[in-house]
Ligand binder design. Structure first.
Ligand code: NAD
Length: 422
């Protein structure tokens, strides 16, 4: 089906500019005024903090952190905290906008938020990480809270870090506040299923996309970039469903076997940062992996992996974005023109925030659900979200990314309009 593509005025690779261009296009097609774009193009609130941390060698290091709150017209903002050496202000802003879109697509009562700290947790001790996590919460405590802005895990943050952050916030406020943050360990009010939620959501989105294309999941050849929280659970779920996982990767390289990799063995060997390839000799590069012949390609690592440069050589029939922002706008256009079905990040990876929402609801009620209840409710929401986006894609004849943006931005814009902001 011929489709029109989203706007491409942004420099390739500039995540914030590309997101803004697509938001503008989505709002325009929905009939909103330029004023609405002015409101939604940037976060309403953006805080930069400097966090002094006593290191194990006795010295002090001052880390830079960010918290972005994109829009709270629908409800409190929500989104993960990323620990990574290359975190930037613009990246955090773009990620907070994507969170707004995800919440809009999944009809969650939130706006988008995001946080990040410029650091490398792989080079820090547990004590240093704890002091940094607590320092970050003290630095942002005035603008976050269970009815203001609710953090969660993201790249290189995990349930332990969420536990330290929740404890710090509870101490500051002098009451126990499990609903301050999601992705906690089960004993501290975490939800069943949060750990695998993103991967389960991606799997559901993939099943729905394959059904539209008439491709069976069983025996499909899958390549997954990234073997962390999202990528490793995905490899497991797809392997269990009978798909053939022929390639995986981490930051150091990639493993590829057209006959199928031993997924269970790789899961056993991976470390907590999602690295595994260093234990093997016959590795290829991430760039080579992305271009291998496969049916399904799932970027589940970092941004800007599929660009105008390599998009013409991507051989997958379906591209499902588990990572945030792995495909540039130019690459989206090239792939869409070539008939590759793209399930965009703001739809495909919404499972994480959906189950984070379930965790927050359970914390607020003090009543906890079974794993099956979580899974059933996640499935129901992912199906509704996918079908809504697909319908816009078909009816408006726009690519799946623009369709997802149109679905995502609409609730936010309506809420802002009813509140009288625009
Ligand atoms: P993670 O830190 O657990 O794993 C990241 C993986 O990517 C690791 O295997 C790492 O080695 C690999 N990687 C890092 N840099 C790379 C590079 N330059 N090239 C190739 N591989 C590289 O992170 P995660 O939580 O699995 O998140 C992965 C992606 O999914 C991110 O874009 C994140 O924003 C997105 N996401 C995660 C969640 C979640 O709940 N964890 C939810 C939604 C979206």
């Amino acid at each position: 089906m011929p489709t029109e593509s989203s706007a491409f005025s942004a420099d390739e690779g500039n995540l914030l500019a590309a997101t803004q261009a697509t938001i503008r296009e989505a709002l325009f097609r929905l009939g909103y005024s330029a004023d609405m774009y002015e409101l939604l193009k940037e976060p309403l609130r953006f805080l930069t903090v400097r966090i002094p941390v006593r290191m194990d060698d006795g010295g002090i290091r001052v880390f830079t952190g960010y918290r972005a709150q994109h829009n709270d017209a629908v409800g409190p903002t929500k989104g993960g905290v990323r620990f990574h050496p290359s975190v930037t202000a613009d990246e955090v802003k773009a990620l907070s906008i994507w969170m707004s879109l995800k919440c809009g697509i999944a009809e969650l009562p939130y706006g988008g938020g995001k946080g990040g700290i410029v650091c490398d947790p792989r080079r820090m001790s547990a004590g240093e990480l704890e002091r940094l996590s607590r320092g970050y919460v003290r630095a942002i405590s005035q603008i976050v809270g269970p009815t203001k802005d609710i953090p969660a895990p993201d790249v290189m943050t995990n349930a332990q870090i969420m536990a330290w952050m929740m404890d710090e916030y509870s101490r500051i406020r002098e009451f126990d506040a499990p609903n301050f943050i999601t992705g906690k360990p089960l004993v501290l009010g975490g939800s069943h299923g949060r750990e695998w939620a993103t991967a389960r959501g991606v799997t559901i989105a993939l099943e729905l996309a394959l059904a539209k294309k008439g491709i069976p999941l069983e025996e499909s050849r899958v390549v997954i970039q990234g073997f962390g929280n999202a990528g490793s659970y995905l490899a497991k779920f797809l392997h269990d469903r009978g798909a053939r996982v022929i390639g995986i990767s981490d930051v150091y390289g990639a493993l590829y076997d057209p006959g199928g990799l031993d997924v269970d063995d790789l899961l056993e060997r991976r470390d907590s940062f999602g690295t595994v390839t260093k234990q093997f000799r016959n590795t290829i590069t991430n760039a080579e992996l992305l271009e291998k012949d496969c049916d399904i390609l799932i970027p589940a690592a970092i941004e800007n992996q599929i660009t105008r440069e390599n998009a013409p050589r991507i051989r997958a029939k379906v591209l499902v974005e588990a990572a945030n922002g792995p495909t540039t706008a130019e690459a989206t256009r090239i792939l869409t023109e070539r008939g590759v079905m793209i399930v965009p990040d703001v739809l495909a990876s919404a499972g994480g925030v959906i189950v984070s929402y379930f965790e927050w609801v359970q914390n607020n009620q003090g009543y906890y659900w079974t794993e099956k209840e979580v899974e059933d409710r996640l499935r129901e929401r992912m199906i509704r979200s996918f079908e809504r986006v697909y319908e816009i894609h078909q009816e408006r004849k726009v690519d799946m990314r623009l369709a997802a943006y149109m679905a995502g931005v609409r609730r936010m814009a309506e809420a802002a309009r009813y509140r009288g902001w625009v």
